[in-house]
Design a protein around this ligand. Structure first.
Ligand code: ATP
Length: 919
């Protein structure tokens, strides 16, 4: 039988599957086979989502109550033979749709481009050799290895497993993880019950296994689902939803007002057609129709800016939340430190030894306190400790192009290096003491143990792990001559403490000789191991971390270090990076996992808020930390990398996963992935988040007053029953051109210098603040007054009606352009931030100027819009009005800034008070 896409692999034995796919269940495919199959099946990627068709996406732009009104108005005016009005209305509809479409596409592509930044690797066996490859290159027949934390990279028939559990919720919706095994099933078993199959895109939550790839890319079960539903990029965020709701409400209100205006005009027996189009213009002018789309594009720009700083946002709402983060809980190892370990000292009950050399190069010496080289044959405890470091170890040292590197865990690699410095290589240990079984390290267990056969037919167990945990396993300790005495717990703890206080990470090593291989269980190890030594390693803090922590503190953001490491090591590193102050007392500031369990639940939130270092905590306690901080009103960003971190990452307001060292499970649960694992990147993302929010506020501050101003001019004219100072078509023109050329350019505004010196934004604060309402009233009133005054003045001084209207029309364009400069900063004056720092804004203003010159001077435009050329005097008056409005806004801003500053300093005093109380 030949393999087809519908072959029921779950109903075949693993031997049959291997035969059918022409592969070897131990050695995998050959390189030649893999190449051939790759050419036949193509890359292992899901097909590009077809999503909505272009036509549907274009049509969607017309699905808006305002557009319906405009379309009806366009048809009615056409029926009434008011062709110019009708054309202008339709033009407005089309421009609106184009802008919406372009924005939506840009936002989508910004988000889609990010996927490629986070790559997924797979471990594959080809020609008997284990390789790490990008999951894209997998082909049917490949033998692959998986373990807890991986995302299954293709559809796989399981061959071997060890306590394997998989979360298949992405496929079946079932959130409990299910056990897997290799037993053959009936052909008719439904997908959800196929316990010998692993499906692409699901997550391995525990154990490990090996299997044969049976389907890749579009042929996988996930590919099938993908084809059915497409992959809609979610562009909605709480803020855009709120804004969309706000504009819908506003639309209804304004349409009511427009209807009222129309009725009023009819009552006054004004021209019905003119009143009708005026009411439509009023509605168009007043409704901030571009708001939700503009917000989406601003968030998308934020996403791209964050990506440039190596933070990949997986969910759009994170951009919003980042800006209001009040606490960052960061892992120590790898995030605040470099995760590049070097063993600096080895302590044994007989003597302490210093280790020279740097990095992963095995060049270096072991020196006694007096500086003389130490022989491992003279100290058996040292010998066993180094042997354990080399044998109870899954890392590999590599040497390519004269560069030493590692594959695997840096802690283990450091232990390999120190053993190699003493002449004990992993190969040497592997030959003399072949490994037969392993108890894997994990953060809960805090140790790793391996069972080895000795040449004499006996067995020996090598153990390494966290000191406190090892003390539970050990009953005696070894001396230089190989003799053993009962364990001196306090002596060992003291030695470990002294090393930890230097910021060194300390692991204890131990050994147990036994004749029996069957008692290799966690229980059997308790109280039976002989402690051989302590190995202390340096993991230098990341250079950028210290300044990033300082920036966070200035920005009113609390930084908490969370680690599985010893409290002493954690405190020393916390001091080095500024999480703890140099002279800060550790009482209350440093809490261990054990201490956390002893605090009464009602006191927990306060204790957690007060502390800044959490040592020896388990992943389960991370969830507790997040919840306690949230209870105190914090917006929490929490980092994580392991499978067990997923619940805390999901619960945090911003779950942050490590792109380099993180598991796929953690990345899947996170809102943001750090490409470089660096703490400074979180700070950078917060900074960008604040910048995005600033720009949103600036856009709203610009758009609301100008919209209201435009609408009020029409409203007052109809209410007063006088000639309109600006015609409906002219209002439509000014509304559309300024929204596109002026308003949108604020999305490209660079961050202001002081974004990280103010306290975090209160996420519950409404966008429509009192200050914004005040500003809206001020600017719209000045706009209306300016336009009316100039219109009347021009008429009184002999201008024609079209000339007076053109002057009023230009008042809007010029005032809005001036006001745009003012909105570039919410507190500082336009001059302070530099006129040319946003070149899009300059391009926008120049385009608007050309558009205004065209509508004023080009005869053809004069005919369509009933405008007329202006003389220099009129322009002078227009600019004079713009200057007056800018001065008024300047005064309002400086008063507001003073108000804000006093509020900020009050807030800062409060924060200082809180942090003082924390210490
Ligand atoms: P983080 O700071 O990111 O929380 P961590 O590496 O300090 O991580 P864990 O990985 O949970 O925390 O390690 C907890 C403790 O277990 C370490 O302090 C160390 O003593 C011990 N340990 C770490 N790695 C190993 C390992 N590979 N084998 C045995 N013990 C280990």
């Amino acid at each position: 039988m030949a393999a087809t896409s519908t072959t029921p692999y779950h109903g075949l034995s693993s031997h049959e599957v291997a035969q059918m796919l022409e592969t070897d269940s131990l050695r995998g495919l050959t390189t030649e086979q893999a190449h051939r199959l790759s050419a036949r099946f193509g890359p292992n990627v899901l097909p590009e989502a077809t999503g909505a068709s272009l036509l549907v996406r274009i049509l969607r732009q017309f699905h808006h109550p305002l557009i319906y009104v405009l379309l009806i108005a366009g048809v009615i005016t056409a029926l009434l033979r008011e062709y110019v009005d009708s054309v202008v209305i339709f033009a407005v509809v089309v421009v609106n749709a184009i802008v919406g479409f372009v924005q939506e596409s840009k936002a989508e592509s910004a988000l889609q481009g990010l996927r490629a930044m986070v790559r997924t690797d797979a471990r594959v066996v080809r020609e008997g050799r284990e390789l790490v490859v990008e999951s894209e290159v997998l082909v049917p027949g490949d033998l692959i290895l998986i373990e807890a934390g991986d995302k299954v990279p293709a559809d796989i028939r399981l061959l071997r497993h060890y306590e394997l559990r998989v979360d298949e919720s992405a496929l079946t919706g079932e959130s409990l993880s299910i056990g897997k095994n290799e037993a053959v099933l009936s052909d008719v078993t439904p997908v959800a019950d196929r316990s010998n199959m692993l499906y692409s895109g699901t997550l391995v939550t525990a154990g490990s296994g090996a299997g044969i790839v049976v389907a890749t890319g579009a042929d996988t079960e996930m590919g099938e689902i993908h084809r059915l539903v497409g992959d809609a990029t979610l562009l909605a965020t709480p803020l855009t939803i709120k804004l969309a709701r706000f504009s819908k409400l506003l639309t209804v209100g304004i349409l009511g007002l427009a209807a009222f205006t129309f009725a009023l005009g009819l009552l006054r027996q004004q021209d019905a057609v003119e009143t009708f189009t005026a009411s439509i213009a009023l509605a168009v002018a007043a409704i901030p129709e571009g708001l939700p789309a503009a917000v989406t594009i601003m968030l998308a720009i934020g996403v791209s800016r964050m990506a440039k700083r190596r933070a990949v946002v997986r969910r759009l709402p994170a951009v919003e939340t980042l800006g209001s983060t009040t606490a960052i809980c960061a892992d120590k190892t790898g995030t605040l430190t470099r995760n590049q370990m070097t063993v600096r000292a080895v302590w044994t009950p007989s003597e302490a030894v210093q280790v020279t050399g740097s990095g992963y190069s095995p060049d270096g010496e072991l020196l006694s306190g007096g500086g003389t080289p130490v022989s491992i044959d003279a100290n058996l405890a040292l010998r066993w400790s180094l042997l354990t470091g080399a044998g109870c170890n899954d890392a590999v040292l590599t040497h390519e192009d004269h560069q030493w590197g590692i594959v695997g865990d840096p802690t283990e690699a450091a232990m390999l290096v120190v053993s190699a410095k003493a002449g004990l290589t992993a190969e040497h240990v592997g030959e003399s003491l072949p490994r037969e079984d392993t108890i894997l390290f994990n953060s809960e267990r805090q140790y790793m143990a391996t069972l080895h056969a000795t040449g004499s037919g006996d067995h020996v167990v090598l153990v390494k792990g966290a000191v406190e945990r090892m003390l539970e396993l050990c009953h005696d300790q070894m001396y230089a001559d190989g003799s053993r005495r009962p364990i001196d717990r306090s002596g060992v703890l003291l030695a470990a403490e002294q090393l930890a206080l230097q910021g060194l990470r300390v692991l204890a090593t131990g050994v147990r000789e036994s004749t029996d291989a069957t008692d290799f269980t966690e229980r059997a190890l308790l109280g039976t191991v002989t402690l051989t030594g302590l190995q202390a390693m340096l993991d230098p803090p990341r250079t950028a971390a210290t300044s990033a922590v300082t920036v966070c503190h200035t920005a009113g953001i609390a930084v908490k270090m969370i680690t599985g490491d010893h409290a002493g090591t954690a405190s020393a590193i916390a001091r080095a990076v500024g999480v703890l102050e140099a002279d800060e007392d550790t009482a209350g500031s440093v809490l261990t996992g054990a201490e956390l369990t002893e605090i009464a639940p009602e006191d927990l939130p306060d204790a957690i808020e007060r502390a800044c270092v959490f040592a020896r905590v388990t992943p389960a306690q991370k969830l507790q930390l997040v919840e306690a901080m949230q209870e105190k009103g914090h917006i929490v960003a929490m980092t994580g990398d392991g499978v067990n971190d997923a619940p805390a990452l999901r619960r945090a307001n911003i779950g942050v996963a490590m792109g380099g060292s993180g598991t796929e499970v953690a990345k899947d649960a996170a809102d943001m992935v750090l490409i470089d694992d660096d703490f400074a990147t979180i700070e950078a993302a917060v900074e960008e988040g604040r910048g995005v929010f600033d720009n949103l506020t600036k856009f709203i501050t610009w758009t609301l007053p100008t919209n209201v101003g435009q609408a009020l001019v029409v409203l007052t004219a109809i209410a007063l029953g006088t000639a309109l100072p600006i015609l409906p078509t002219q209002i439509l023109w000014i509304n559309m051109t300024t929204a596109v050329f002026l308003g949108l350019t604020l999305a490209f505004e660079p961050k202001e210098a002081d974004v990280m010196t103010r306290p975090p934004r209160d996420p519950n604060e409404s966008l429509l603040t009192g200050a914004l309402v005040g500003r809206t009233l001020l600017v719209s009133a000045l706009l209306v007054a300016g336009a009316w005054w100039l219109f009347e003045w021009e008429l009184a001084n002999g201008a024609s009606l079209p000339e007076a209207r053109t002057a009023a029309l230009n008042v809007f364009a010029v005032v809005q352009a001036f006001y745009l400069f003012s909105c570039r900063s919410l507190v500082h004056s336009a001059w302070r931030i530099g006129l040319f720092t946003n070149r899009w804004l300059i391009v926008g203003v120049a385009t608007q100027a050309i558009a205004q010159l065209a509508i004023t001077y080009v005869p053809f435009m004069n005919t369509i819009f009933q405008t007329a050329p202006l003389d220099a005097g009129a322009w002078l008056r227009i600019f004079a009005i713009a200057v007056v409005v800018s001065l008024a806004v300047g005064v309002d801003k400086s008063l507001g800034a003073r108000r804000n500053l006093t509020r900020a300093s009050a807030h800062r005093t409060h924060l200082d008070g809180t942090s003082a109380a924390m210490r």
